[in-house]
Structure formats: C-alpha cells, structure tokens
Write a protein that binds this ligand. Structure first.
Ligand code: SF4
Ligand code: SF4
Length: 596
C-alpha cells in the first residue's frame, strides 16, 4: 500500500532526479531534499540600508577560533573602521568599529548563540557622524602575496556563508600553494535565505574583482561559480560580469544541501573529498560569494569587515535584505522591515534547516547572521511527538554524507558514544535532511548534537586526565633523579674526605711512595683491595730494612753495641706486621666507604 510518506518521498526524489537530469554538466551527490524555498518573498525589494542605531554591541565571539584581544577602554572615542580587538592566536579574527562613537561598555551581554548565554561584548554609543578613520587601499597586483594574506589577518574578514572561519587562514599557502581550482559558493541552498542572491544581482562586478584577488592569492588557474537554478537573475548578472574572463558560472539544481562545500565540489567537479581530507589536499578551495566581496572592499578601499547583508523574512511586514552594521540590535532590523506581524512567536537566525532560535529581539547582528526569520506556529509548526523508529531507512537515502542516520540515532540514544563515533558521527554536517524525511518525526539531529557534545566533553576530560598523569609521572621521575644525584654527591664528598685522611703518611705509617700509590688508585676510582699484597709487602720490608739500618747507624754513632742479625730480623718482621695491619685497616675503611 502506498502511504502518504511514500508519495511525499517520491515527489521529493522525483524533483531531485528531474533537476539533475536537466543539468547535464553537473554531477549528482547522494541524498538531499528539496523543501519549499520561500525565497521570492525577500527578493522583491533591493538591498536596503538602515539608520545607525544609538548603540552597537559587538560580541568578541563572532568567529571560529580564539577570542580577539581588546585594544580599547571605556571612554575611548573611536572612528568608523578603527580596530577594537586584534586577532590573537593563529585562528582568530579582529573586530572593528562599525561606526564612530564612544566605547560605553566592555562587559557580558546576551549574544546570538544557540546557548542563549551572555558573553564578552564591546558597546559603542554612536555619535551619528559615521566618521571614517584613515583607510589605506592596497595595490594588490604589485604586492607580495604573503604580505597581502598577513594584512588580511587584521581585516576581521571571516567566512560570511555562516561558517565564520577566519579568511586569512584559508589563503595561507606558505609559498607552495597546490590549489588549482577556486570554487565560489553561491548556491545558497537553504530556504528563506536570499542575501547572496541579492548581492550577486546588485554587485556582480565587485564580486568578480574579489574573485580575481582570491584567485591571484591562491594561484588557482581555474574558477567555477556554483549558483542554484532558483536564482535566474543572479545567474544572468554573474554571467554578464564574467564575460571575457577566465571564470565559469555553473548552474546547479535546487537541492538542499548543495551549498555545503563538499557537496558543491561534487556537483561542479565530480570530486568526492574523503572525510579525513581537506579540499585543499586535492587542490580545491571554496569561498563564499559574500566573503570575496569583503576581500575586494578591504584591498581596494581599505575597509575592514564592519557590515554584511542580512535577509529579514518570514512573518514580517516587508521582507527584504539590508546592509547591516555589526552590532546593530535585531529590533532595529525588524523595525526597518516594517515590524513583525502580530502572531510572531520568536526569531530564528539562519535558515529553518540549520538555524537556531534567538533568545530575544535585542541581540546584536553578528558576522554569522545571514538571515533572520520571524517565526510563527503556522510557518514552523511544533513537531508532533516522536514515534518509534520503524527502520524504513529513508533517513539513509536522504543523507548526503552517506551515513546511517538510524544507527547513529540508536547509538546516541543509548549513550553508546564510541559506537556512534565508529559510525562516523563526526562526519555528520547536521544538515537535517534525515529529520526532514523521517516519518516518525524523530528529531535526529538533536540526538547527534547531544552525542557529539558528550564525546567532545569526554575527550576533553580524558585529555586533561592524561596530561595530569603525565605531569605527575614526570614530577616523580624528577624527584627520583634529584634524590639519586644528591646521594651520589654525598658519596663522592665522603669518599674524597676519607681518602684525604687516609693518605697522610703520619697516619698510615707508610712511606710517601706507598701513600702516593694508594692515593692515585683511589682518585682513579679503582678498588683499594686490588693493590697487590706482594708489592705492598716488599715495599714494607724495604722500608723496615731502611729504618733498621738507620737505627743501627744511630746506635753505633752513639757508642752503643750493634744489634745482631736476629735482632734486625725481629725488627723487620715487627715492622712488616705493623704495616700489614695498617694496610688492612685502610682497606676496610675504603670498603665501608664504598658501601656508603
Ligand atoms: S530514523 Fe526515521 S527515517 Fe530513519 S529508519 Fe527510523 S523511522 Fe525511518
Ligand atoms: S544530519 Fe547528519 S546524518 Fe542527518 S542527513 Fe545530514 S549529514 Fe546525514
């Protein structure tokens, strides 16, 4: 029996295959879904501008990587474009003043983040003059590439497609770039979002100049611009701007998530990047269309990253795209779009597939804010209660990363995290295609996020424990080594002191020669026991004979009767035994010293 779900699935798959069939020069990836795009609502008006708000609140956490270091203090007057916080660490991005005014606070405020928690922010009370600080353009064609990339570090430019990865990192080549193809991501596949579409319609020439700068920096010979087929005006504008240039616009089918970098590479080039590799490993680099425009403005006009295009849509009076200064309160943007309609429940930042609910309407617009959707229960009805998994495998069919979402779900639900990791949980891009097609309405992505956060927390805890254990082992080894060194020094000092005492002739009763021999052996570290007894004995006999002769001579000179030979022998024997005793004593003393 054909169910409604089957019909819906066939409809989705039918759309997908028809689209792919009509795009002969692109290459289909597995899975994907085709939700209604809701893009027309916000593209009927040109990009608008909004008044400078009284306050601009700039969170320090607006990008992937380390927080930047604050370079201003409360009370400082800052000009538009002035550096407020400089990039710190390798992966970091600077923050600049979006307008002129006075720093009125550096504190924690609620920021637009899924956690809804406060974080460090710099607040500027604007003066309304919007006065620029000094700007320096760069003759990029005649400047060393390394200098250009280094200077980008202070531009504050990050990936404006939503990833917010610092751009200078993606352009670092260390003089040996192997990137041969630049892919410009203009697919903008998520429903409701139209900021890139409007940018291409209105600023195609500037985008092309930005692409040429990036191509030059990467040394990429080839450039492909991927645009979904639901943006015909943007395709026309970009194609016209590319005329007589070595750039190619490729139209890809409207299929979510074709805007994911790896899926777009697959679509345009039929290259599948292994999950454990980067696209640059195969000579391909991807940049968002808005990011290359920001690079152009930085090098040609010296403008740092202070604003972006934001789509305001959903349950709003006049859905439109606006050029918005970073730090602008969401409420000012909503007001510029004619206010949200009455039954608006909350606001979503990003698209409906990957976006998140904002905690209130006062949060500031940041570098990641590509779209704000005024949400209602009609637009996004609360999901029905999740039903048990029926093992239909629709989620696996829809997964663009070729994962087994149902298995990941089981492992995540049962806290079997290692198994989830084995099933490549971390390759999941959280696109939501599996949840979108699941007939049991299981919020699969939430389970994956939960499992990922648990694994990351456990890995961090393990890392910290390993580090602590290593430190302790190192400490114990150091203590043991120092103990041994101290014992060795004591032994050496004791040995040296006792040897000094033993080698005195008056103490030992030995002749100078014998004492010297003992000293030499001790100093050289040789065991005194190894002294040849026969040699010692001969020396002792010789010394005794000498002493006896001297005694006899002294007695004769004094008129005394000479001692007979027997007496002389007794004297010699007595001298020998005395010397033996002394030698034995010295030997015992040295043995006990070594034992110490
Ligand atoms: S998770 Fe949902 S889509 Fe996947 S197999 Fe289970 S019921 Fe089907
Ligand atoms: S959310 Fe993850 S598991 Fe689900 S379809 Fe996307 S990539 Fe696959």
């Amino acid at each position: 029996m054909t169910t409604l779900i089957d019909l819906a699935s066939n409809f989705i798959n039918g759309l997908t295959s028809n689209k792919l069939a009509s795009h002969k020069d692109v290459f289909a990836f597995n899975g994907g879904v085709h939700p209604f795009d809701h893009k027309a609502e916000s593209t009927s008006l040109p990009i608008g501008k909004i008044a400078i708000p009284e306050k601009l609140v700039l969170p320090l956490r607006q990008h992937v990587g380390h927080l930047p270091k604050v370079k201003v203090a409360i009370g400082d007057y800052v000009l538009k474009g002035q550096l407020l916080a400089e990039a710190e660490g390798t992966v970091s991005a600077a923050i600049h003043a979006p307008s002129s005014g006075t720093i009125s606070a550096i504190d924690e405020q609620i920021i637009p983040h899924p956690s809804g928690l406060p974080d460090s922010c710099i607040t500027i009370t604007t003066d309304g003059k919007d006065s620029w600080g000094p700007l320096h353009s760069t003759d990029w064609q005649n400047t060393d590439k390394k200098l250009l990339v280094d200077s980008l570090r202070s531009s504050g430019i990050v990936g404006l497609g939503g990833a917010t990865f610092p751009t200078h990192i993606k352009l670092r080549t260390n003089g040996k770039s192997n990137v041969h193809t630049l892919v410009i991501n203009a697919a903008e596949c998520e429903p409701y979002i139209t900021c890139d579409d409007m940018l291409m319609r209105e600023r195609a020439d500037e985008i092309i100049q930005g692409i040429q700068i990036v191509q030059y920096l990467l040394g990429a010979d080839k450039c492909l611009i991927g645009i979904e087929d639901n943006k015909p005006e943007a395709v026309s504008a970009m194609t016209a701007a590319c005329l007589n240039k070595n750039l190619l616009v490729k139209v890809v089918p409207t299929l979510y998530p074709s805007g994911d970098a790896r899926r777009l590479i697959h679509l345009l080039l039929d290259v599948e990047i292994p999950n454990n590799k980067r696209s640059t490993d195969v000579g391909i680099q991807v940049f968002n269309v808005a990011t290359v425009l920001a690079i152009y403005r930085y090098f040609v006009f010296g403008e740092p990253s202070i604003s972006r295009i934001v789509t305001v849509t959903g349950n709003i009076e006049k859905p439109q795209n606006f050029e918005v200064l970073f730090g602008t309160p969401l409420q000012s943007l909503i007001a510029a779009a004619g206010e949200a309609k009455q039954n608006t429940s909350h606001f979503i930042m990003g698209g409906p597939m990957m976006g998140f609910d904002l905690p209130n309407s006062q949060v500031p617009i940041t570098k990641a804010a590509n779209c704000i959707i005024a949400s209602t229960a009609d637009l996004f009805p609360a999901p029905p209660p999740a039903m048990p998994c029926i093992r239909c495998a629709r989620c696996a069919d829809a997964c663009p990363v070729n994962l087994q979402p149902q298995e990941l779900y089981w492992f995540s639900k049962s806290d079997n995290f290692e198994k989830a990791r084995d099933y490549h949980l971390f390759d999941c891009i959280e696109c939501g295609c599996c949840s979108y097609v699941c007939p049991s309405d299981i919020p699969l992505v939430q389970y994956y996020r939960y499992a990922k956060s648990e694994i990351i927390a456990s890995d961090k805890a393990k890392e910290a424990a390993d580090l602590a254990r290593e430190r302790n082992e190192f400490r114990l080894a150091r203590i043991e080594r120092e103990k041994l060194e101290r014992a060795q020094k004591h032994a050496e000092r004791a040995l040296a002191g006792k040897t000094e005492n033993k080698i005195q002739p008056e103490n030992t009763g030995m002749t100078t020669d014998a004492s010297q021999r003992t000293l030499t052996k001790e100093a050289s570290g040789a065991d005194v026991q190894t002294t040849t007894p026969a040699t010692d004995k001969q020396a002792a006999i010789a010394a005794a004979i000498e002493r006896a002769k001297a005694a006899k001579l002294a007695a004769a000179q004094a008129g005394m009767a000479p001692k007979n030979t027997e007496n002389l022998s007794v004297t010699i024997e007595s001298e020998i035994s005395k010397t033996d005793a002394i030698r034995e004593k010295v030997s015992m003393s040295n043995t006990s010293k070594l034992a110490d």
